[in-house]
Each structure stands twice: as structure tokens, then as C-alpha cells.
Design a protein around this ligand. Structure first.
Ligand code: ATP
Ligand code: MG
Length: 241
């Protein structure tokens, strides 16, 4: 479903992803792990078509995602319906006047009946236990509340691939369990999940595969999730724990 081939990214002249390649099949659940600044967010931005690719290639479901593809508004819209992204910083994602509008926003870009929009918004608010926030102004919410709204608004379009950047940041322990179970259920239903996280101990039983990016911005592990988190020596040697 997703293929990255020999991708090198530079930001401000510095290499932040160095010749990385991998494939992710439909239905996989993959954790992206690495120290601060290793390039996890940059990689997720590439997967969401938010960064220009100068060196390397990104193929999504047989389609090369490049400048030309992303300039085509119609194709970009369909691409963004299929692949949902929860940002690391929720302030970059929330911009509507109310939480209800925020979750409804992406749905209203498509030709969906208003009753159906309303139903989907309430379903998503319920999934995250945030029905009580529906009239609130998003930017006045707490960090954890904002994160839950961002997740709900991403789920509203029912994307095939769900990409999350540190979804447990600022989330309380009970809600962490809820989000963990939610991701597991979505994956059991066949959604592809790709998630950058420092809370990987928390996700035992959710992710089956891990890709580790080093502080040198290269992929240094791509394999079984459980074996990785049990390998404390490797994690310590590579500044992950
Ligand atoms: N817009 C930018 N301009 C210049 N450098 C950037 C920009 N965005 C990110 N970087 C740099 O690119 C590198 C990778 O950043 P990225 O945000 O991808 O790391 P990360 O692995 O997600 O880190 P964290 O664990 O802190 O979220 C870092 O050194 C960062 O300072
Ligand atoms: Mg990041």
C-alpha cells in the first residue's frame, strides 16, 4: 500500500532523513520509533503529502505521490480522504469555531447529507468520550482535550490509513488506555496504522512491526515490535531509552 524508496530529506540544508526505504502493506500496524530530532515527524509529513520530495520516491497504492500529483486538487482530496493524519502539535490541526464544526469540517468537503454528517460527528465524539466538548472553542481546550478532538476529526472521514504523531502526548492514563484500545480495534477492522511514539511500552499488543530511525536519520531496525522493545541493550545503545 505504501512504498518509500531511497528517500533523503533535507530541511534548511541539513539531512533529516538519510536514504530510507520500506514498504507497508494494507492492514499493518507499525510504530515509528527514534530519539528526538531523528526524523519521525518529517517522515509522517512525507507520507501525508505535506513535504516536497526532492530525492527518492513515495508510492501510495500504486500511485507515485509527487509534486505533480499533489498539485491536482481533486486527486489530492481523494488521497487525503484515504489517509488521515493526527499531528504531533494539535494547534496546527484545529482551526474551527467549535469542536462540532472541527469534527464535521472534513466531512463537509464531500457530498454527504447533513444528517449523516451529524451522526458521524457524534459517533467520533463518543469514541473519544468528548461529547461534552462539542460546543467548546477548540483553542481554549486543554492539551489532552485538543489531542482527542484532533483524533476524532481525523477518524470522521473513516480513512483507510491512519497516521498518528505522538497520539498519547498530554493524555491522562485512563484516556491512554482508551486510545490504545481504539487503535487496536481499528487495526483489527483492517485499518493500516502508522504511529510515531515514545510511549512504545504502552502499545504492547497493538503494533506488530517497528521501524527505528537513528539520531543519524537512518533506518536501523525494521522488524517485529515485541522483539525490539524486549531488546533493552539495542534501545539503550541507540539513545531510545
Ligand atoms: N521546518 C524545519 N526547518 C529546519 N529544520 C527542521 C524543520 N522541521 C524539523 N527540522 C529538523 O529536522 C530534524 C527532524 O525533526 P522531526 O520533527 O522530524 O523529528 P522527530 O523525530 O519527530 O522528533 P520528536 O521526537 O522531538 O518529535 C530535527 O533536527 C529538526 O530540528
Ligand atoms: Mg516528532
Amino acid at each position: 500500500m505504501i512504498e518509500i524508496k531511497n528517500l533523503t530529506c533535507r530541511l534548511n540544508g541539513n539531512v533529516v532523513l538519510d536514504d530510507i526505504s520500506f514498504k507497508i502493506n494494507k492492514g499493518e500496524s507499525v510504530a515509528i520509533i527514534g530519539p528526538n530530532g531523528s526524523g519521525k515527524t518529517t517522515l509522517l509529513r512525507v507520507l501525508n503529502g505535506l513535504l516536497d520530495i526532492r530525492n527518492g520516491e513515495y508510492v501510495f497504492d500504486g500511485q507515485r505521490i509527487d509534486d505533480k500529483f499533489l498539485k491536482d486538487a481533486k486527486r489530492r482530496k481523494i488521497f487525503h480522504k484515504r489517509i488521515g493524519f493526527v499531528f504531533q502539535n494539535s494547534d496546527n490541526q484545529l482551526f474551527c469555531k467549535t469542536v462540532f464544526d472541527e469534527v464535521a469540517f472534513s466531512l463537509l468537503q464531500f457530498d454527504i447529507k447533513y444528517e449523516e454528517v451529524e451522526k458521524r460527528v457524534f459517533d467520533c465524539l463518543k469514541l473519544l468520550d468528548i461529547e461534552h466538548l462539542k460546543e467548546r472553542v477548540p483553542y481554549t481546550l486543554s492539551g489532552g482535550e485538543k489531542k482527542k478532538v484532533a483524533i476524532a476529526s481525523t477518524l470522521a472521514l473513516n480513512p483507510e490509513v491512519l497516521i498518528l504523531d505522538e497520539p498519547l502526548n498530554e493524555i491522562d492514563p485512563k484516556s491512554k488506555r482508551k486510545i490504545r484500545e481504539l487503535l487496536k480495534t481499528l487495526n483489527d477492522y483492517g485499518k493500516t496504522i502508522i504511529c510515531a511514539t515514545h510511549d512504545f511500552e504502552y502499545f504492547k499488543g497493538v503494533f506488530k512491526r517497528a521501524i527505528v530511525i537513528s539520531s543519524g536519520h537512518k533506518i536501523i531496525y525494521d522488524g517485529d515490535f515485541e522483539s525490539l522493545i524486549d531488546n533493552k541493550e539495542f534501545l539503550e545503545q541507540n539513545d531510545i531509552i
